[in-house]
Design a protein around this ligand. Structure first.
Ligand code: BG6
Length: 482
């Protein structure tokens, strides 16, 4: 365990309060924060250290319910400090420099949990004050740009102060336990590898469905939309983990090289493909958890005529020997019927069935559930009890939470500790990010050029009917719609 100094820009913001500081507290409870570590929250506002600690306490008590302990809290609070800093006011960085002075030998982390528009200014000040030591790392939260050009601008600015091996671009989906399990499943077992390809796999579905709407993020979300908020990062990263070739080791670059090859092999979706292989949706008023909820246009900060999508479904194809002809269907949306994220891999039918009529014609299916539970289910055909040889699907299920009975790490707990340890495996390298934008940008351009507007769907439904038609045209259905 090594001590660290963490400077948290955006230290009073939503992500810091809801995720980062509670994650640090939980790691503290687990004895994973080395003595001598310090956390400096920074934001523009003038706050005393006591007031900041009181603010953090409230949110840690809320988000660590059941684990909050007053004695442990007061020990954790000793690590917390506050200093106001304004990315646009260079003079205001003196407090940060003073905080770090004389601690050059200690691992130093800058976490930029602010609007990306501030990244360049923050990095410039960090560079100007000479705060980057060999053991310094910078963590960047998404969104990293709005398109390839703006991502390049951010990466250039950050890259002029930090070396690539010091830059940790977060995609919190890579920190989820289920994603780690998927890596373990694929590369820790001999069983799946021979089948993990065209010829055995018929199609793959990736769903990230949310019941939440845009909540208080209307203005941000309206500039972003589901394609850039979710597909460009989380869904493409999941696709990479499924489709990548086995890396030579779990070393960060070995893994990232293989993911990059997948992103580069994605067949571009442009021109008429944009209308036939993608669906945009936007929620209308409906219900969530039994309560009426407004439509997207009625959300605070969203223009009444907005044409931003809150739902995307698309068909992706990977032009490699392994995956040629195997469609990957991706969908994500807000205000859908269920909060659920899953990957479903459907295998080919048997080439010839010896079982007569009455047997369920059901292909083997592997379902990796990321949320709300962390489970892996393999659906196979077995004999139905009783006379005759009739088949029916049964599930071989692995409930990982129940099997291991240990407290699972939240994605941010794992990722923050990886930054402390200097492990880049679960973070995106610049070329990966570029390749993802290169694939996403033409889709947006196609939507604009061809005036593809989002189709309305009722809040609480499974999204626009066009998404069922998209997959239905290939003779398949979304899992759950079977
Ligand atoms: C974020 C998106 O990256 O991921 C949000 O900006 C989304 O819009 C969130 O709600 C989903 O994350 P999770 O972990 O709740 O599935």
């Amino acid at each position: 365990m090594q001590s660290f100094d963490l400077v948290l820009f955006g230290g009073t913001g939503d992500l810091a309060m809801r995720k980062l500081l509670p994650a640090l507290f939980r790691r503290f409870l687990a004895g994973q924060i080395a003595p001598g570590s310090r956390i400096l929250g920074t934001a523009r506002g003038d706050l005393s250290r006591e007031a900041y600690i009181a603010q953090v306490e409230q949110s840690v008590a809320k988000y660590c319910e059941g684990q909050f302990d007053a004695a442990q809290w007061s020990a954790f609070a000793q690590l917390l400090h506050y200093g106001s800093a304004d990315a646009q006011a260079p003079d205001s960085f003196g407090a940060i420099a003073a905080f770090l002075a004389g601690r050059e030998a200690i691992t130093r982390l800058f976490f930029l949990s602010t609007a990306p528009a501030l990244f360049a200014g923050l990095c410039a000040q960090i560079g100007r004050l000479g705060l980057v030591t060999p053991e310094t790392r910078v963590v960047l939260e998404k969104p990293l740009g709005q398109d390839l050009a703006s991502a390049n601008t951010i990466n250039e600015c950050v890259g002029s102060v930090f070396a690539e091996h010091q830059i940790y671009r977060i995609d919190h989906y890579l920190g989820k336990e289920a994603v780690q399990n998927l890596i373990a499943l694929r590369f820790g077992n001999t069983l799946f590898e021979p089948l993990w390809r065209r010829g055995s796999i018929r199609h793959v579905q990736i769903t990230v469905a949310e019941t939440l709407g845009v909540a208080t993020r209307g203005p941000f979300y309206d500039q972003t939309g589901a394609l850039r908020d979710m597909v460009q990062n989380h869904l493409l990263q999941l696709l990479c983990i499924i489709a990548m070739e086995p890396p030579a080791s779990s070393d960060a670059d070995a893994m990232r090289d293989e993911k990059l090859k997948v992103l580069r092999a994605l067949r571009p979706l442009a021109g008429s493909d944009v209308t036939t292989k993608t669906v945009r949706g936007q929620y209308r008023a409906g219900a969530a958890n039994g309560q009426p909820v407004p439509g997207y246009h009625e959300e605070a900060g969203v223009p009444a005529d907005s044409s931003t999508e809150t739902y995307v479904a698309l068909k992706a194809e990977i032009d490699t020997w392994r995956w040629a002809g195997v469609p990957f269907y991706l969908r994500t949306g807000k205000r859908l019927q269920e909060q659920s994220s899953e990957i479903v891999i459907t295998f080919e039918d048997v080439p010839h069935s010896i079982f007569g009529g009455g047997s369920a014609a059901s292909p083997n299916r592997l379902r990796i559930c990321l949320q709300p539970t962390d489970s892996i289910t393999l659906s196979i055909l077995a004999k139905k009890p009783g006379d005759g040889l009739k088949l029916q699907p049964v599930d071989l299920s692995l409930d990982l939470a129940a099997s291991f009975k240990t407290q699972q790490l939240d994605a941010y707990e794992r990722l923050l500790m990886d930054v402390v340890k200097g492990n880049l495996t679960l973070f995106m390298r610049r070329d990966e990010l570029d390749a993802a934008w290169r694939w996403i940008d033409p889709i947006r351009e196609g939507w604009l050029q061809q005036d593809v507007r989002p189709k309305g769907y009722t809040a609480g439904s499974w999204g626009p009917a066009a998404a069922s038609a998209l997959i239905g045209r290939d003779g398949f259905a979304w899992n759950g719609e079977l």
